[in-house]
Each structure stands twice: as C-alpha cells, then as structure tokens.
Design a protein around this ligand. Structure first.
Ligand code: CS2
Ligand code: MG
Length: 403
C-alpha cells in the first residue's frame, strides 16, 4: 500500500478545525486533526507547503519511520505548529493502519485495558448558585467527575466560563483578540470558597476538578493548593506556567493537592523533568498538539514509570478526529487517569460523524475499524473558515498577564 494523495482543509462549523486526509492506492483513507486554536492557517500552510508533498509514494504502515522522517528531517525541531502538523499526519496514519487491518484503533495500542473511559464535564457560571445548578445538570447526565469554574466577584471576566448551557468556546471571531482583565487577589480569595460551597451542596459524591489556567506564580499556587486540600479536588490544573519546570518543585513541597499540567505541551521535552521528578500527577498532553499518538505513547510510558497518569486535553478546539484518537488511547493504555470531554456543537458533530458514544459519565470509542470518524467534506465547504482569537488578559494596571 502506498500514499497517493494528502490534503488539508480548514472549516468553521461553529468554530475552526484543520483536517488532514491521506489517501492510498488501496482505496483506504485516514483522517488527522491539525487544529491549533487561533493559529489555524499557520499549521495548514506548514502542511500544504512543506509536509504533504513529501508523503506521496510512501508506505503508510511505517508510522514510526514516517514520524522520525518528519521530526528529524525538518532539522527545526518541536514547537506547536510543527508538532500539530506531525500530529495530524500521525493520527491519520494510525487511522489508516487500523482500517487496513480491519480493527478499531485501540486494538493496535495494546487492546482494551478497561471497559470504558471516564470523562469529566464542565460546569461553569458567573455566581455560586448558578454554578451548583450547572453541576447538578452534569451529575444528572451521569458525570462522576465535573470541572468547576466560576467568575470571582471583583473580576470582570472569568476564564473557563461557558456561554451556553453545555458548550464552552473561548475564542471569539474577529480580526483581534478580545481583551479581559484579571485579579489574582480576588481569585485567591474566592477559589477556596467556591470549593466549600460546591462540597456543601453535593458532599463527596462527585470528583471535582478545577483549572487555574496558568494565572498564578508557584508560590501563589502552593498557597491555593493548601487551602483546597480539605475539599479534596480530583486535580488542580495549570496552576502556573511551566516553561520553568523546576518551578513545580516549590509547589510540590508545599501541597498534596493533585496537579495536572500540559495542555500546551508539544513534546516529551516539555515535561521530562516534571515526569521524572514526579512533580505532577496527571499529564495533559494531547495527540493533535503533541506529535500524534506515536509521540504521546512515549510520554504516557515515561509517565507510567513515575506513577503519573494521563488526563488528555479534550476541549472544543480539538476536532472529533483527535477526540476519537484520545478515546482509543485512553481505553488501551494502563496508566489512564481521566479524559476531558467538552461537548462539540451539533454543527461540528454533523461535519464529523463519529462512532464514539457517551453514556453515564463514560465514553467508548466504538468498534468500527480505524478511529471511527468520518469527515463530510461537502458539508464542511458550507462552513468556510472564520478567523477567531483566544482572549488576552491584562491586570488592572494594564500589564499583560497570562490568559
Ligand atoms: C482549557 C481549554 O480545556 C481546558 O482545560 O484550558 O479550554 C483552553 O482554554 C483552550 O483549549 C485553548 O484553546
Ligand atoms: Mg485547561
């Protein structure tokens, strides 16, 4: 079997997605997701100008050799654009390989290590009572694990707070990013009260997660971790930026709260120290941003040796193609922890019909050969690309902060 064609397309059924399709002379095709929120066209052009033309005539079953060819062959290593591009090709090749062998992809990643994949949902609101209503809604849908986000009083914009009941979309269409203001002092005062309020209302029946979205320093994160311990969060996510991996030593010394990190990581080198020194508990790297399944498997195996579990990033800005890749991966690897599952809109699901199914707080990837996802290209063409940006955050004196 040989690759005869590889193409990339960008569409916006509610939000933007970058999709790769690889075709073979055997008539089998594979799909990959190259979406990089707010930077979609950079990856699409990296692919169409520099990567896709190299694939024609190659053996699509040689996933590892092709990965190394694209990674080492570029000379310029790593980075979000390169690794999203390689990730999309890698996911498409695994899809193709599983279709060629007529098995669901999880069978090639070790087979099923569990019956189903535990996912967490997103409850968010502008005040605590509405937050509890959202938590109850997710609980009633069967979720056992729920992320709680609430805009702190005194803060103009809270991150992670959805615009509708079930859907969360942080990027806004337009030529420039939205501008938001942030106050760490108000947030630190509020976050422990938010946990206490939700624990009072729901007791211990639910796993509660929370995302600090890179807004704190390690010292502030340590302070927060200590105050959240009595409420036993499932995890505290992205408490501080992690370019300085050593910074997590300080957080770790001061709190036992479980730490999750890595949704913006694009290679194993972003987390080598975090894993080998056991500075985190959950690694959030995701296949479409981190070099695909071939690379993510290496991260997961290094994590397993260090008692760290996975919790892949699964927001709306990852298409159903990469979501399916995660569900197969989650079902197969031993050190799976939990999977983020932000619901896509109906418009997105119509463009990417898929076999994975949510039931009572768990997802199964389905038993269709390959990833179990299709791409309706005619429908996709009816949703042309709409540029959108993630917001930029400022402190109240005008200093740029981390969004
Ligand atoms: C968030 C994301 O899912 C998460 O935990 O941090 O929604 C994140 O804001 C977006 O993926 C950014 O593109
Ligand atoms: Mg996050």
């Amino acid at each position: 079997m040989r690759i005869v064609n590889a193409a990339v397309s960008v569409c916006s059924p509610g939000r933007a997605f970058v999709t790769v399709r690889i075709d073979t002379d055997a008539g089998i095709s594979g799909l990959g997701d190259a979406t990089l929120n707010g930077r979609e066209l950079a990856v699409a052009s990296y692919l169409s100008e520099h990567v896709l033309p190299l694939l024609e005539g190659r053996d699509p079953m040689a996933t590892e050799a092709l990965w190394q060819y694209l990674y080492r062959g570029a000379y310029w290593r790593r980075g979000p654009v390169t690794m999203a591009a390689i990730g999309a090709i890698d996911i498409a090749l695994w899809d193709l390989k599983a279709k060629a062998l007529d098995v669901p992809l999880y069978q090639l990643l070790g087979g099923a290590s569990r019956e189903k994949v535990r996912v967490y949902g997103h409850a968010s609101a502008g005040d605590l009572d509405t937050l509890c209503e959202a938590v109850a809604r997710y609980r009633d849908m069967g979720y056992e694990a729920i992320r709680i986000q609430c805009t702190p009083p005194g803060v103009e914009h809270g991150y992670g707070v959805g615009k509708g009941d079930l859907y969360y979309e942080p990027a806004t269409p337009g030529p420039r990013p939205a501008e938001e203001t942030w106050s760490t002092a108000h947030y630190l005062d509020f976050a422990p009260r938010m946990f206490a309020h939700v624990r009072d209302a729901f007791g211990w029946e639910l796993h509660l997660l929370h995302d600090a979205h890179h807004r704190l320093t390690p010292q502030e994160a340590a302070w927060l971790g200590q105050r959240l311990e009595p409420h036993r969060p499932f995890w505290l996510e992205d408490v501080a930026p992690a370019e300085l991996q050593e910074g997590y030593r300080l957080i770790r010394r001061h709190t036992t709260v479980p730490l999750a990190l890595g949704e913006v990581f694009n290679s194993i080198y972003d987390c080598r120290l975090l894993l080998t020194e056991q500075l985190i508990d959950y690694i959030r790297a995701t296949p479409s941003h981190c070099g695909g399944l071939s690379h993510l498997l290496k991260i997961a195996h290094l994590a397993e040796v260090h008692h760290i579990r996975t919790g892949c990033h699964g927001p709306t800005d990852v298409s159903p193609v990469a979501m399916a890749a995660m569900f197969h991966f989650d079902l197969a690897i031993h050190n799976f922890g939990i999977q983020e599952f932000m619901r896509h809109t109906e418009a997105t699901n119509a463009v990417f019909p898929h076999a994975y199914r949510f039931e009572d707080g768990f997802v199964h990837p389905g038993d269709v050969a390959g990833l179990g996802v299709d791409y309706d290209e005619d429908l996709a063409r009816q949703h042309p690309y709409t540029p959108a940006y993630l917001p930029v955050a400022y402190l109240d004196d005008g200093t740029v902060h981390n969004w």
